[in-house]
Ligand binder design. Structure first.
Ligand code: HEC
Length: 218
């Protein structure tokens, strides 16, 4: 049997008549009775956090080939923006893609190719009390059959060990996601608006690369 955990609905649970509508809009992390996370499907319409690029052709020892596109559910993102902390039930998805073309009209480089694996991280302190801040990890690829599974068991420390050690807060690698960095605890404002947010590189819109002044030799 499928049990659906409805975090973002908690505030409105008591308001009768709304639950069905809220449910349809806000179920992002769905578990079955065995704590398997059902494979998220519509994540490409969530908030795009960022892309990491570690092409095997550039570094054969790279842990993950080649591109990793990261998305966060909109409710988790809104809470992060307001409070600067992760809401229970927040889910981030990592879509892994092969490197595609390496030559293009703008130059030689790395361009995104086929999607071959999907991974997810969910914060659920009640379900996973032994995990750091309640975060657990999931992966969907069946490489033998060359397809994505419908659900994933919690993978626990085989994934968390690296996240706990190297992620900026021990859970999410948001040091690599400009969108998430800019939004952290922003409050009710609008860090998505390019004209009002403080860029990480001030004045980048108005000046070509900043050249540091040469030291004055006396
Ligand atoms: C050797 C270190 C390491 C291991 C092991 C690891 N990860 Fe990650 N993970 C990263 C890094 C670094 C990122 C940042 C984006 C990137 O480089 O792909 C990341 C990002 C993620 C993200 C996006 C959200 C976030 O936390 O930044 C998910 C989801 C994820 N990993 C799932 C997994 C799963 C599932 C496993 C286990 C199968 C796993 N990871 C194992 C290093 C690791």
């Amino acid at each position: 049997m499928l049990t659906v955990t409805l975090y973002s609905c908690q505030d409105t649970k008591t308001k009768s008549g709304q639950s069905e509508q809220v449910k349809n809009e806000t179920v992002y992390a769905e578990f079955d009775a065995d704590n398997n996370l059902i494979r998220p499907i519509n994540y490409r319409s969530w908030v795009f956090a960022g892309t990491a690029t570690t092409p095997k052709s550039h570094d054969p020892k790279a842990v993950f080939p080649d591109f990793q596109n990261v998305y966060i559910d909109p409710v988790g993102y809104a809470y992060w923006k307001k409070h600067g902390t992760w809401k229970e039930g927040t889910i981030l998805v990592k879509e892994l893609l092969r490197s595609g073309d390496t030559i293009s009209s703008v130059g030689n480089g790395f361009f995104q190719g086929a999607h071959f694996e999907l991974a997810a991280a969910v914060k659920d302190s009640k379900r996973f009390p032994d995990m750091h801040e309640g975060w657990n990890y999931f992966g969907y690829a069946d490489f033998k059959k060359n397809k994505l599974n419908e659900n994933s068991p919690p993978l626990g420390n085989q994934c968390a060990s690296c996240h706990v050690q190297h992620a900026i807060d021990g859970d999410v690698f948001y040091q690599y996601y400009p969108v998430i960095l800019a939004a952290k605890g922003y409050g009710d404002g609008n860090p998505e608006n390019e004209n009002t947010r403080e860029g990480l590189v001030p004045y980048y819109k108005y000046k070509s690369p900043v050249v540091s002044p040469k030291p004055v030799i006396k």
